[in-house]
Structures are given as structure tokens and as C-alpha cells.
Design a protein. Structure first.
Length: 226
């Protein structure tokens, strides 16, 4: 497994250098692909265990049914919702998760059209705790919502990030989500814009170069750091 040449390098510098190299190579990624906060939340739930292309097809179905908003989706029966999001896979389960989110929102923040805004304006620690209390929302999904829908400075960890960190010798194979997240949160300035861009750049790198099998290390922009 590739390791960093100089293990005594400062972690903050390593992560900063990674970011600058990826940004220079790929440019701004313009994430998250959603027009509204609610669309981002729906996308974060639907993207669990599938690729974004499948999520886009489900999102299109919801738009065509005029159900890509809090009131419209809440009015749907769970069976109808499941059918609309079928392209995303695990559609029955994800329909229940979307309904669980909506039920929490209406039960705790009222029936008005501003309930989502009130929810997302909560302090970061409170909002994360509330999200994690909702059935079907784990750390990655919660943090995606915090970063991309609530615009909070939280770093999102996923399989791409873990693979990149491990291959560069920054974390062990059994590193936990919280341990990897702390690596970024403790060593980078807390900036919603930077965390947004950095995560998107890592995903781009993981898809194009840092693959699970037969990674293209020599061609990867971060190959110079190995």
C-alpha cells in the first residue's frame, strides 16, 4: 500500500496541499446538484447505496409529479412515493426514510411552509443530533445535509475519502467515521465553501483515479505525494 514519503510532514500541510493540487487540476465542482434545500436533502437520502445517475432519474420523477417540495411529498402515500423513486434502488426503504424525515419536520416544526427553514437554522450541534435521531439518517447523510442544505462547515466523509486517506497513509484501515472527520476538522479552517469543494474534489478523484481495484496512481493528481 502506498505511503507518504515523509511521514513527519504536518497533517495540516498535507491536507492543504492535497486540496490545492486537486482544485488546480479539476477546478470548482459546483456541488451539490440541487436547486433547493429540500431537493438536496432528498438527494442525500436517495443517494444511499446507489450512484448519482439513478438519483437523478428519481428526482426527475418527483419533479414531474410536483412532489419535490415539503408539502407535495408529504401529501403522497408512501407507496406512491416509493414508485416515483424506484430508479434510486431500495425504493420502499428510502420512501419510508423520506417519510420519517417529513414526519419529524411536521411534528417538531409545524405545518407551515417555513418549517424547513426553521429546522435548518438550528445550531450545528443541535441540528446534527436531530438528524441522527431520524430513522435512516446516518453520519454521512446527516453531514451531507448539514453541509449542502444547511450550509454548515462540516466535512463529509464517504468511501472515496477513506480510500484516499488510507492509501496515502493518513489513517488505518479500520479508521472510524469520526476519526477521519476529525482529521479534516482539526487541521483545516472551518469553511463551508472549502469543505464543500474539498469533498467534491475527493469524489472526483475517487471516481477517476483512486478506484477500489486497479487504481491509477501514476496518473492521479495526488500521485506526486506518494
Amino acid at each position: 500500500m502506498p505511503r507518504l514519503k515523509d511521514k513527519n510532514q504536518n497533517t495540516k500541510k498535507i491536507l492543504s496541499d492535497f486540496y490545492e493540487k486537486l482544485l488546480k487540476t479539476f477546478g470548482s465542482q459546483g456541488w451539490w446538484p440541487g436547486r433547493t434545500n429540500f431537493e438536496v436533502i432528498v438527494g442525500a437520502i436517495l443517494t444511499q447505496n446507489t450512484n448519482w445517475g439513478n438519483v437523478e432519474r428519481a428526482i426527475k420523477n418527483l419533479k414531474n409529479a410536483k412532489a419535490l417540495n415539503v408539502q407535495g411529498m408529504n401529501a403522497l402515500e408512501v407507496e406512491k412515493l416509493a414508485e416515483l423513486i424506484r430508479p434510486s434502488g431500495y425504493f420502499n426503504l428510502k420512501a419510508k426514510r423520506l417519510k420519517a424525515f417529513l414526519n419529524y419536520l411536521f411534528d417538531n416544526y409545524g405545518e407551515g411552509r417555513t418549517n424547513l427553514s426553521k429546522f435548518l437554522k438550528n445550531p450545528i450541534e443541535d441540528l446534527r443530533r436531530e438528524l441522527l435521531s431520524i430513522n435512516g439518517i446516518g453520519p454521512e447523510t446527516a453531514d451531507s445535509i448539514l453541509l449542502y442544505a444547511a450550509y454548515k462547515p462540516v466535512f463529509v466523509l464517504d468511501a472515496y475519502t477513506k480510500r484516499l486517506l488510507h492509501r496515502h497513509g493518513l489513517v488505518g484501515e479500520n479508521a472510524t467515521y469520526d476519526e477521519m472527520q476529525s482529521l479534516f476538522m482539526d487541521n483545516l479552517n472551518h469553511s463551508e465553501k472549502t469543505f464543500n469543494e474539498y469533498h467534491a474534489l475527493i469524489v472526483r478523484t475517487g471516481k477517476d483515479f483512486c478506484r477500489p481495484k486497479k487504481p491509477l496512481c501514476e496518473e492521479c493528481p495526488l500521485g506526486v505525494f506518494l
